[in-house]
Design a protein around this ligand. Structure first.
Ligand code: NDP
Ligand code: MG
Ligand code: MG
Length: 330
């Protein structure tokens, strides 16, 4: 098993003599800022004037200033705004204020790995990426535990970037659970691959294909929704708690036999070949280039596909059925 690092291998002192600017107060930003604060770290939040998050951060007890101000007064700057905004915010409001020996911190490797942000050689650059959404990172920390994370060092000008990364992971509570070392390349490429082939692209197309097949064969849309989408959660919860073994232990033997016999006909050699192709496009930078261009052009493809997806019958039937489910938070 890969080496895990825990609290005892991380020294918070590397952060305690620093001032940390958390840029952005969204999913990750609010969790990092509050956890660091409660770990005794000197934190300031960087936002823009007119930001919706500003009041929230202040009412949570944090000091908030504009991004440039935060970058000026801090020596550890953490970029926790959406990835596609990071380059322009960095260039305009952060880069001019980077001093020798400062640290630039990320929670995802995209902008560094694909050279959208090329920091000067006189700063440290590292990543601490929690393996969970921000609200979980915050909730679990408050319970005295942590969400596991990955960490990676891109450059270590001070020679202490790795120690800093571990200290940061400790500050947000991650070393309570364990952190795993990776590289910006590995984190970025596997993250993109996972979301495209399995988690987001793979799962939604699988659900739609199942739903369409049943509906086109004359079955009720509502039944198709329950079988192909709603029940996904039950299965995923079991997978999450206990892997394939627990899921297969919990389902009926009929379901388990069907699983063994049919799964490979659905996700077949062609699918695996296509996955390899997708991975190559991620590795070569082809996907990154396409997505960056798409953003430069105000997302023509993104917007039209989004619209088309919203007109799929599964959307309407899902809305109606979920309105019957009192336990789902609106
Ligand atoms: P969010 O979309 O939640 O970040 C939104 C925050 O950024 C808001 O506080 C928003 O303010 C602020 N913001 C937007 N534009 C600016 C700007 N120009 N200047 C300053 N602040 C701005 O981001 P995430 O937390 O989802 O992602 C942050 C990073 O963490 C990304 O690199 C992502 O890949 C990574 N990550 C995310 C995970 C997740 O679970 N979401 C998991 C692991 C990593 P306002 O709302 O007021 O506009
Ligand atoms: Mg991602
Ligand atoms: Mg069934």
């Amino acid at each position: 098993m890969a080496k895990m690092y825990y609290d005892k291998e991380a020294d918070l002192n590397y952060l305690l003599n620093k001032k940390v600017a958390v840029i952005g107060y969204g999913s990750q930003g609010h969790a990092h800022a509050l956890n660091l604060l409660e770990s005794g770290v000197d934190v300031v939040v960087g936002l823009y004037s007119g930001s919706k998050s500003w009041k929230k951060a202040e009412s949570d007890g944090l000091k908030v200033v504009e991004v440039a101000e935060a970058a000026k007064e801090s020596n550890v700057i953490v970029l926790l705004i959406p990835d596609e905004l990071q380059q322009s915010v960095y260039t305009e409001y952060i880069m001019p204020y980077l001093d020798e020996g400062d640290a630039l911190v990320f929670a995802h490797g995209f902008n560094i790995h694909y050279n959208q942000i090329v920091p000067p050689e006189y700063v440290d650059v590292f990543m601490v990426a929690p393996k969970g959404p921000g609200h979980l990172v915050r909730r679990v920390y408050k319970d005295g535990k942590g969400v596991p994370a990955l960490f990676a060092v891109h450059q270590s000008y001070t020679g202490k970037a790795r120690e800093m990364a571990l200290a940061y992971a400790k500050g947000i509570g991650a070393t309570r659970a364990g952190v795993l070392e990776t590289t910006f390349k590995e984190e970025t490429e596997t993250d993109l691959f996972g979301e495209q082939c399995v988690l987001c692209g793979g799962v939604t197309e699988l659900i739609k294909a199942g739903f369409d097949t049943l509906v086109n064969a004359g079955y009720q849309k509502e039944i198709a929704y329950f079988e192909c989408l709603h029940e996904m959660k039950l299965i995923v919860d079991l997978l999450y708690e206990g892997g394939f073994e627990k899921m297969r232990y919990s389902i009926s033997d009929t379901a388990e036999y069907g699983d063994y016999m049919v799964g490979k006909r659905i996700i077949n050699e062609d699918t695996r070949k296509e996955m390899k192709k997708v991975l190559k496009e991620i590795q070569s930078g082809e996907f990154a280039k396409e997505w960056l261009l798409e953003n430069k052009l105000n997302r023509p493809v993104f917007n039209s596909v989004k619209k088309r997806e919203l007109s799929h019958p599964i959307v309407e039937v899902g809305k109606n059925l979920r309105s019957m489910m009192s336990w789902i938070e609106k």
